[in-house]
Design a protein around this ligand. Sequence first.
Ligand SMILES: [Zn+2]
Length: 250
Amino acid sequence: MATGLARGAHAKGKKIAFGDGIKIRWDHHSHEVFKWNPNIAAPGRERDSCVEWIPFFKGHRIYNRQDGDRWIWNMDFSPTPGEIYLDDIERKHGKRYGSGFIIIEPQSAPWKSVAANKDWGRSKYQEVTNRLKAEGYKVHQFLSDKGSPPLSGVSPLRTESFRDAISILANASMYIGSEGGLHHAAAAVGIPAVVLFGGFIPPKVTGYPTHANLTGGAEACGSLKPCQHCRRAMEAISVDEVVEEALERL
Ligand SMILES: [Zn+2]
């Protein structure tokens, strides 16, 4: 999302400093995601004359604020697709699994307290996989130590880093899965997606109009604790709906 906020800065002779106006505040993902990005000022460049500040950093995300055990969403915010600057070696390495496949991700960040509210259910992802494979599509899933185990019948893809995953995703024909890093990455590499939002986050705030953003008809609650309303929202999204949205975009 940050790379989307910084889009176009270099062309205007600017670099975006993400921080509090005094110090550039990157987190442990920033170096990897911002690598080669000409629009973004690195820590240490705070005093450069071309710097323009955006107060977007861990603990201050612009699109939400915390109120007890829920997020309050900033409904005036909508993301611009981000950018990832891959070099030639990364781009070539990203083609090693071929192209034209679907990437499915049944659960992003299962270690977060909100995971239950973003969980559509592994058996339904399995059904989607089976149906798309029966239509002749190849379905792959990224393997990750902390993530969910691979669904049956998918090819598990081993990756070396988030950048590596993005370089592979750039060769995919679609992303299907939960709201999270990979749906933002899908927008950044310009591929279609079916994103299972449910009732936690409004698509207006973290979704992209080029994707199918499924809410089950719920208004987003922002609850960081497991929530019945979010569960009902996820239950309202059917396998048929996901498969239909996918086939329409493939
Ligand atoms: Zn809820």
